[in-house]
Design a protein around this ligand. Structure first.
Ligand code: C2O
Ligand code: CU
Length: 541
């Protein structure tokens, strides 16, 4: 494999958007930040130097990091933050990932502005499983907050309410049209008639799943979450925060200008940013612009059917070159109820003001981030940092989509992990509930990609639901949308020893405690054991 070196300086940079300005945290002054380019199986050493006034960490979203949780990044899960003025070199170990992934800060809400793409090219002397595109372009969907994101989440925590929503979505850092303040700086993608382009799309939005489309153009999705898929030709996609999609776009319409746009998909009464973001697809050549540039037709914000109709078309390649490895006989089954709830605060010790505060939970435990990292505590057998008693309930205890009552409205709080033996064939069923607020939850697992074998509405039924599974070509992903009032079942082999964070990728839910940790124990050989810790790990306290 080849080795690549990157230097990331985390620092404040001045930006102007939407007729207002602020300084915000960036990597190397970029929003989005720099792109990491590797080939399949390569290794990247990224030296992160922190010039911010508070601690930060960086996560390589979707990179499995075999046996190397030390460089995975989530704050106080696998490392303590890099302190101001200090640096840490992440060793990012690629294995079978292909296509597009991304990196982002993984401490409080800094990922809003600290993120960038990871481009994974095929191994040398091999090709894409589709015709070579004429050119490639990264498209990152993000959010623009006029305020400081750290203040926004700190204020929300202090009041126990919903954090302020963003002021705009953005494509490659630009809120786009129609917006008097930013028309000039909006992102433009220039294409030549007849050519095909590879668009690497990342959803780096904080709190909303997104629809995306390009006026008058169908396109073909060829990869998803760092794995190639059977081509899906469509006029729009739905992409959750955390997910990535590689798209082939052929410039086959009359040379002109066309809008590409993204709008939220948010089937819930919680507040969301209701604006659209757009960019221009601009053909080269001489032509007269139409009086109004066509805008894509995207599904309505609450259109669950449109979201499902796209998502359920995604299938693994499952070819000779890209075989799948779906566990057939499950040895560890974990059932997780995913809820938004409330915590009753008798005093400030519950992490909020007195009275109720919004919370979120997995199996009725609202996760509390420890003050030193779980990986170190586990590796050095330190007690008192986390409990290994994350509850696993069989699915028949509650009617999750019915009236579940106060016992699930008010979860307990704790730092609880689930230990799994090396090599187990794991199935996790996520069951959405309507406890506080029923909505979709994009659940993300670090250290793995997994197969989404089934999904449905209502309660998961242990007898009938598995008969609907796809075990032939299920999508291999790292983030899945658990449907509102429904369930999703995933499978994987626990073949990566380490401490791996699992959480909702809607940032407000993660902040409220919709998180847990899977600890995959060492196997019996050195090759199935966690690597030794790097020498310069950031210190805690
Ligand atoms: Cu994309 Cu735990 O993160
Ligand atoms: Cu969620």
């Amino acid at each position: 494999y080849n080795v690549h070196h990157y230097s990331f300086i985390v620092k404040n940079t001045f930006f102007e958007r939407l007729c207002s300005n602020k300084t915000m945290l960036t990597v190397n002054n970029g929003f989005p930040g720099p792109t990491i380019h590797v080939r399949k199986g390569d290794r990247a050493y990224v030296n992160v130097h922190n010039e911010a006034s508070y601690g930060v960490t960086i996560h390589w979203h979707g990179v499995k990091q075999p046996r190397n949780p030390w460089s995975d990044g989530p704050e106080n899960i696998t490392q303590c933050p890099i302190k101001p003025g200090k640096n840490f070199t992440y060793e990012v170990i690629f294995s079978d990932e292909e296509g597009t992934l991304w990196w982002h800060a993984h401490s409080d809400w800094t990922r809003a502005t600290v993120h960038g793409a990871i481009v994974i090219l095929p191994e040398a002397n091999t090709t894409y499983p589709f015709p070579e595109p004429a050119a490639e372009q990264i498209l990152i969907l993000g959010e623009w907050f006029k305020g400081d994101v750290k203040e926004i989440i700190d204020n929300a925590t202090a009041t126990g309410g919903d954090p302020t929503v963003s002021d705009a979505y953005a494509i490659n850092g630009q809120p786009g049209f129609p917006n008097n303040c930013s028309n000039d700086t909006s992102y433009k993608l220039t294409v030549e008639y007849g050519k095909t382009y590879l668009l690497r799309l990342v959803n780096a939005v904080m709190n909303e799943e997104m629809f995306f489309g390009i006026a008058k153009h169908n396109f073909t999705v060829v990869a998803h979450d760092g794995a190639y898929i059977k081509p899906v030709t469509t006029s729009y996609i739905m992409i959750t925060p955390g997910q990535t999609m590689d798209i082939l776009l052929t410039a086959n319409q009359s040379p002109s200008h066309y809008y590409m746009a993204a709008t939220p998909f948010f089937d819930s009464n919680a507040p969301y940013d209701s604006t659209n973001t757009s960019a221009i697809l601009e053909y080269t050549g001489n032509y007269t612009l139409p009086s109004s540039i066509p805008y894509p037709t995207l599904p309505n914000v609450t259109d669950q059917d449109a979201a499902d109709n796209f998502t359920t078309r995604i299938r693994s390649l499952a070819s000779a070159e890209h075989p799948i490895n779906v566990p057939k006989n499950i040895t560890t089954q974990i059932f997780i109820a995913v809820s938004v709830n409330q915590i009753l605060c008798a005093n400030a010790s519950c992490g909020g003001p007195s009275g109720n505060r919004l919370a979120a939970s997995l199996n009725n435990v609202s996760f509390v981030t420890p003050s030193i990292d779980i990986l170190q505590a586990y590796y050095r057998s330190l007690t008192g940092v986390f409990g290994s008693d994350f509850p696993s309930q069989p699915p028949y205890i509650f009617n999750f989509t019915g009236d579940v009552g106060n016992n699930t409205l008010y979860p307990s709080q704790g730092t609880k992990a689930r230990l799994i033996n090396y090599g187990e064939a794991v199935e996790i069923v996520f069951q959405g509930t309507n406890v506080g607020n029923a909505e979709n939850h994009p659940m993300h697992l670090h250290g793995f990609s997994f197969y989404l074998v089934g999904t449905g509405y209502g309660n998961f039924n242990a007898t009938s639901s598995p008969s609907t599974y796809n075990l032939n070509d299920p999508p291999e992903v790292n983030t899945i949308g658990v449907p509102k009032n429904g369930w999703a079942a995933i499978r994987f082999f626990a073949n990566n020893p380490g401490v791996w964070f699992m959480h909702c990728h809607l940032e407000r839910h993660a902040s409220w405690g919709m998180d847990t940790v899977l600890i995959v124990k060492n196997g019996t050989t050195a090759e199935s054991s966690i690597l030794p810790p790097p020498a310069n790990l950031p210190t805690c306290s």
